[in-house]
Design a binder for this molecule. Sequence first.
Ligand SMILES: Nc1ccn([C@@H]2O[C@H](COP(=O)(O)OP(=O)(O)OP(=O)(O)O)[C@@H](O)[C@H]2O)c(=O)n1
Ligand SMILES: C[C@](O)(CO)[C@H](O)COP(=O)(O)O
Length: 225
Amino acid sequence: MKIVAILLAAGQGKRFGEKKQFIKLKGEPLFQYSINTINKIDEITDVILVLPEEDIERIKIFSFKNIKKVIGGKERQDSVYNALQEISNADIVIVHDTARPFATEKMFLDGIKNIKKGFDGSVTAIPSKDTIKKVKENKVIETLKRDELYIIQTPQTFKFDILKKAHEKAKQENFLGTDDSSLVERIGGNITINEGSILNFKITTKEDLILAKCLLNKGPKKSLF
Ligand SMILES: Nc1ccn([C@@H]2O[C@H](COP(=O)(O)OP(=O)(O)OP(=O)(O)O)[C@@H](O)[C@H]2O)c(=O)n1
Ligand SMILES: C[C@](O)(CO)[C@H](O)COP(=O)(O)O
């Protein structure tokens, strides 16, 4: 079985103020954390690292896997699309934001297990602990049923053929989703969830970086989980 991981590192970091994937945390660039986790997972044989065009030549990677660098696109979805064009045959594809450096091996392995059970996709998720309301122009429209709400993270794992089909259709129809699962959902894909963690947060703003540094410096010595 061929399992490929697409690691996204082609963002511009507008909300962060610079390209966060290259900032160093404990001596290693942020994107390398996800590669280090993948390095420990035997089932994943191939990695596609998606990078901004202007950085692709200079970036050095430490990987035990067969790794290919691919140029990203304007939007996150375009970057995933570009990576998918480089995969000629695979059974399972995992999409992961390198901006989430604390994703665990278990999150990747649980996603793979769910696909092997027959699901088309599996997304890393945590149940919402907060009340979520729909608000338009500062007016509260609706309070959503919390027990049905989950916060969705990456890694997101899919059957390769279905993910590719979903991305082709979204492109044809100019549909832009905020994650890959939403593209598979709209073609009728059967998606389940695997357990995420509040610690698997996305480094989006400088505040998130402060949190990441605290975890790395003051967190549990061996593992964060
Ligand atoms: N065109 C893009 C946009 C995003 N990403 C990747 O998708 C992940 C999640 O994106 P986000 O946190 O939004 O990162 P940025 O796009 O860099 O941030 P911003 O939206 O603030 O510019 C990151 O690992 C980012 O590198 C990507 O590969 N290609
Ligand atoms: C895919 C994602 O990480 C799931 O939470 C998220 O939607 C990416 O969002 P962004 O718009 O790229 O920040």
